[in-house]
Design a protein around this ligand. Structure first.
Ligand SMILES: [Zn+2]
Length: 480
């Protein structure tokens, strides 16, 4: 599938009103921006979490599948408004099927607040009735018919074609905030493969040192009071290590889902400089060191993506998401360790857990196919270990320098971030061939003894792991 996972065009008037004077050229009106779209979705907020979605297709269509949230929530939530239009799950895809070719189709859509693995949440609820709409959920891929959809076997990567450019127009009688601009009632976004986050509701734009955005009024006070300074500290660290500052503050939408869930639950999504955070859970009532630590870690992980995105290089597809998720984990782990009394011991503990979890995840297949096996967490756990190996194997032992170098190289050579390009870049940086081969094996081979392969890879990369009699990690020579 030649789908793109990075936005090709942003909002009309990319200006973050609160922190930038940039304005859109007058000629770039909303309608002009939508003109080049192959598929246009007009999403009208009907209130109470209900929307009407009107699709217009440049070419008549008989069958379509969704590029994101492929089968997560639509059956039972989307109702066709035209005779001859159907929505059904076909072999793992929510599919739009039409009795005859059509150039438009309308649906009544109830927001469902699912949190798909490895993808953005289609809708995020705020406690005061506000809602974030993720526009990427409306992206469609044309197919010839039901049989062809079934032949994909539920694997989006098997879809062959050029992904249509999607234009999304969102309308509401309530205020809309899109990319830091508030007080709108209509906004337009164009994307092919990624989409953007649009907030609808009465929430007001607030400004922190490190962000501008919407903070759920029900978010526990201790989180509201601490997270701007937590984020600012993370940004200061990243600026020093990455060697640059972000051009604009993060545009943040922070939703709170209440205390009903046992424990706590967090999901974050980052597109460009926009961040959506969604926290809930009974454990968030009180500030405890464990919960505070986890939230800081969560902010640090998401903030790492903001720095990864700054170069304008598309992040890798799901099968290679260990590249960015692993690096974001490694960066967050290091940032959090710095806040403890004994950073080295903290890292040993964190990476012991990663070794255990990664070993288990590789027991039934390689890292690239982890998503297919429902083991998304492997991209984070194994990915963080690969990030360490990478940093240790390159001359200056810096993951940050490796990343900035890799991105510059990707831009120069017009290459995508994938496993092949990553390993080539390591080679370019002078990493030893046996380290590259060891990482390649974790990513693409079915290993007979994952624990042993992982241990050897850590050793070869120069991380000098030391274990106790029980096989638990007691020391490692951590890179930056
Ligand atoms: Zn992430």
């Amino acid at each position: 599938m030649r789908a793109r996972y990075w936005s090709v065009l942003g909002f009309v008037g990319l200006a973050l009103a609160a922190c930038s004077n940039a304005t859109a050229p007058d000629s770039l009106t909303d309608e002009a921006l939508l003109k080049g779209s192959d598929v246009t979705a007009t999403v009208v907020d009907l209130g109470e979490g209900v929307f009407q979605v009107d699709y217009a297709f440049a070419e008549p269509q008989t069958a379509m599948i969704f590029a994101r949230s492929t089968a997560d929530y639509r059956i039972g939530a989307w109702t066709p408004l035209d005779a001859g239009a159907h929505i059904e799950e076909v072999a793992g895809f929510d599919s739009l099927l039409f009795d005859a070719p059509v150039d438009h189709a309308a649906f009544r859509v109830e927001a469902r607040f699912v949190r798909p693995d490895g993808d953005y949440s289609p809708f995020v609820a705020f406690s005061d009735g506000g809602i974030v709409v993720y526009t990427g959920q409306f992206e469609l891929l044309p197919e010839q018919g039901r049989d062809r959809i079934a032949a994909l076997g539920g694997q989006i990567d098997r879809w062959d074609g050029e992904q249509p450019v999607l234009g999304v127009r969102v309308r509401s009688t309530r205020p809309i905030i899109a990319d830091g601009r508030s007080g709108l009632h209509e906004t337009v976004a164009v994307s092919r493969g990624e989409g953007s986050f649009i907030y609808i509701g009465e929430g007001e734009l607030t400004e922190g040192d490190s962000f501008v955005g919407i903070i759920d009024p029900a978010l526990p006070a201790w989180i509201r009071d601490s997270f701007d300074s937590d984020l600012a500290a993370v940004f200061a660290r990243y600026e020093a290590l990455w060697g640059f500052e972000l051009e604009q503050r993060a545009s943040l939408m922070f939703a709170f889902g209440g205390y009903d869930v046992a424990g706590f639950s967090n999901k974050g999504g980052v597109i460009g400089s926009s961040v959506v955070l969604d926290s809930s859970g009974e454990a968030l009532r009180e500030e405890t060191p464990q919960v505070r630590r986890f939230l800081r870690w969560f902010f640090a992980h998401e903030a790492a993506h903001l720095f990864q995105n700054a170069a304008g290089v598309e992040l890798a597809n799901t099968v290679d998401s260990w590249i960015h998720e692993g690096a974001a984990n490694a960066m967050a782990n290091a940032a959090l360790a710095e806040l403890t009394d004994d950073p080295h011991a903290d890292l040993v503990r964190v990476y012991q857990a990663a070794i255990t979890d990664c070993t288990a995840a590789l027991a039934d297949g390689n890292l690239a196919s982890a998503a297919e096996r429902g083991r998304f967490q492997a991209y984070y756990d194994c990915g963080s270990l690969i990030a360490l190996m990478t940093a240790a194997a390159v001359p200056d032992r810096s993951l940050y320098a490796f990343w900035t170098g890799m991105q510059a190289r990707a831009l120069e050579q017009s290459r995508d971030l994938d496993a092949a390009f990553y390993l080539e870049t390591m080679e370019d940086y002078g990493a030893a061939p046996e380290v590259i081969a060891a990482i390649d094996a974790l990513v693409s081979s079915r290993l007979s003894d994952p624990a042993n392969a992982l241990g050897n890879a850590l050793e070869r990369a120069g991380l000098s792991p030391v274990y106790d009699e029980a096989g638990a990690l007691t020391d490692m020579d951590f890179p930056t």
